[in-house]
Design a protein around this ligand. Sequence first.
Ligand code: GTP
Ligand code: MG
Length: 201
Amino acid sequence: MKPLIIKNVSFVKSSTRIKDCPEGSFPEYAFTGRSNVGKSSLINLLTKRNKLAKTSATPGKTQLINHFLINDSWYLVDLPGYGYAKMPESERQKMMKMIREYVLKSERLVCLFLLIDVRLKMQKADLEFLQFLGNNLVPFVLVFTKTDKLTKNQLSRNLNQYKNNLLETWESLPDIFLSSALKNHGREEILEFIEKTLDQE
Ligand code: GTP
Ligand code: MG
């Protein structure tokens, strides 16, 4: 299958609540994961627009629900991150509430991309969030980011650990993608997945 071609991209709006999100019937693909995992960078990689979603080396950059309209027909949604230890507890709770509300109430969410930094061991915050997704039957896939930071051997070892870890609580594994915003890896596979699922809408 040819990967989807992204012809137009436009930023539509930033929202704090689901009721403020854009109205209409366009399907949505949203991105979340721990702060600094590379959500905004992945959106820029997918759209080939380096400055579309704001990125930062300091965690906690994206603090709102950001809708980007693609080809006038579907949305990429950049969500805040969770689990940033240095963020005040009240802020952290606010971010988590925003993410959870979006995930539970967005009627047009086709799939949530949950990003995980492939360098790290499975984090408690990710396990808890995965549990939340499972309990609420939210459709999701996993993207392991920053693959450029590991050697091939480290990468396959970490991936195996993640998979084994997941199979302790999940009956089967979700779809898994690998990405490197630095090396431009993962774009085609993710766009193919989006194209396939858009076709089913
Ligand atoms: P918050 O909005 O703060 O939650 O972060 P985010 O998940 O949107 O991460 P962001 O895209 O802002 O990236 C965080 C940092 O990681 C930036 O310094 C990026 O340049 C870097 N980064 C993101 N993806 C990759 C990657 O694939 N490889 C490498 N080496 N660095 C990456
Ligand atoms: Mg961000």
